[in-house]
Design a protein around this ligand. Structure first.
Ligand code: ZN
Ligand code: ZN
Length: 421
């Protein structure tokens, strides 16, 4: 038994925000109330801390199988636990690609044996994510995938997207798209604009993303499928999502911490500023923050994309896209959104908990009988992120050395403390 004492329980599902105790027996929550005691229970003193449902990350790369130099399920989920995440959805662009049930099963088994947190695999939409034939979606669903995506690339054509959506619709599966128009992307390495000209780096216009979001929304209207836009970075993309929601389409989206924190003007000749989609304009960031506040954006997702130091430590043009993200996500949300007064604390908690849960079509709440996935965090603890201290195998974060107020204090998965500060 585990008794979390005197924490400020924020449970968006029931609109709760009060100081209470939470008692956990085995893997489930058994009681919530004040002045609870349980003789033999381990006590977690949460006085002055927030007690929230376990955070869910809809988008990460754990690199296993095939790229274990950069990350493994074991190291990635330890980093996730440290970031307050109780469950993470891992993208299928592993080696081999997770496009069939045997790879899905291998990931699920590895996660059960070595994972600190729950791992929910995402299967490829097309075989090998090559954009030609459908992947073995039904068999992967039976093996445990929670969505499909060809992340790293967009689903290649509208026609293939229609097939993927129609098929996923019949299975009740979510389709996630990495939106980009390859003809506009065309070898770019950062957002096109004044800064790309100044640095002499090849730019990618925001329309590369928004044209594809527009296409996907149209195909979602045609098929009625559940569509989720990954790592949305541009204002025009958000407008498509808003319009889709207004029409009653089942369209959702996520924003990463780096896109609500940094902009193209921050980019320098340092591959820790190279990610896809690239850091956007100031106006785009402003629009994303408005969307996070007004409910148009459904979730904050990290797109944790570890790359071994040797692969990132090359010229900007040659470096792979992506940065790590688990351990700075909450702190960036607090420092960029809540502390400046752009978002309420409750809304931030929503974006890490019931927001992503709803995208997946599941529940997440603090209530007797529910699985005991809980994130305990501080909103004022001062600390500095040092990528060298991370359990991740990779160090590719632009936030190395950044000082924050607020951090996860404990992460509990199925009643077990998997991280404690
Ligand atoms: Zn992507
Ligand atoms: Zn990704």
């Amino acid at each position: 038994m585990l008794l979390i004492k005197n924490g400020r329980v924020i449970d968006p599902a029931s609109n709760t925000d009060t100081v209470q105790d939470v008692l956990i027996e085995d893997s489930h929550i058994s009681r919530i109330g004040t002045g609870l005691s349980a003789g033999s229970a381990e006590i977690l003193d949460a006085a002055g801390l927030i007690v929230a449902p376990g955070f869910i990350d809809l988008h990460c790369h754990l690199r296993e199988p095939g790229q274990e130099l950069s990350e493994t399920i074991e190291t990635g989920t330890r980093s996730a636990a440290r970031g307050g995440f109780a469950a993470v959805c891992c993208m299928p662009n592993t080696v081999p690609v997770n496009d069939n049930a045997s790879v899905t099963r291998a990931i699920v088994e590895r996660a059960a044996a070595k994972g600190s947190v729950r791992v929910w695999p995402i299967g490829a939409a097309s075989a090998g994510s090559k954009g030609e034939a459908l992947a073995e979606i039904a068999a992967m669903k039976a093996a445990g995938i929670v969505a499909v995506s060809d992340d790293g690339k967009p689903v290649a054509t509208a026609r293939l997207m229609r097939q993927v959506m129609e098929y996923c619709n019949s299975l009740g599966l979510l389709v996630i798209d990495h939106c980009e128009d390859p003809s506009l992307f065309a070898g770019g390495v950062m957002r096109e604009g004044k800064q790309s000209v100044k640095l002499g780096l090849k730019g990618i216009p925001s329309q590369s993303e928004s044209i594809c979001v527009g296409r996907d929304v149209e195909v979602a209207a045609l098929t009625g499928a559940r569509l989720h836009i990954a790592h949305m970075s541009a204002r025009a993309s958000l407008e498509y999502v808003r319009a889709a929601k207004k029409q009653g389409l089942r369209v959702t989206c996520e924003v990463t911490p780096h896109h609500f924190t940094l902009i193209d003007e921050d980019v320098r000749y340092d591959s820790h500023y190279k990610m896809n989609p690239p850091l956007a304009s100031r106006e785009d960031r402003e629009a994303l923050i408005e969307g996070l506040a007004d409910g148009s954006v459904d979730a904050i997702a990290t797109d944790h994309a570890p790359h071994h130091p040797a692969s990132k430590d090359v010229e900007f043009d040659r470096a792979p896209f992506g940065i790590t993200g688990f351990e700075t996500a909450l702190a960036l949300g607090l420092s960029e959104l809540v502390q400046p007064g752009r978002l309420s604390l409750n809304r931030l908690v929503e974006l890490f908990t019931i927001g992503p849960a709803r995208v997946l079509g599941i529940e997440r709440k603090i209530e007797a009988g529910q699985p005991a996935d809980i994130t305990v965090f501080s909103i004022d603890h001062p600390w500095t992120f040092r990528s060298k201290d991370s359990p991740s195998k990779s160090r590719n974060s632009p936030f190395n050395g950044r000082a924050f107020r607020g951090a996860p204090a404990a992460t509990i998965v199925a009643g077990r403390i998997v991280y404690k500060q």
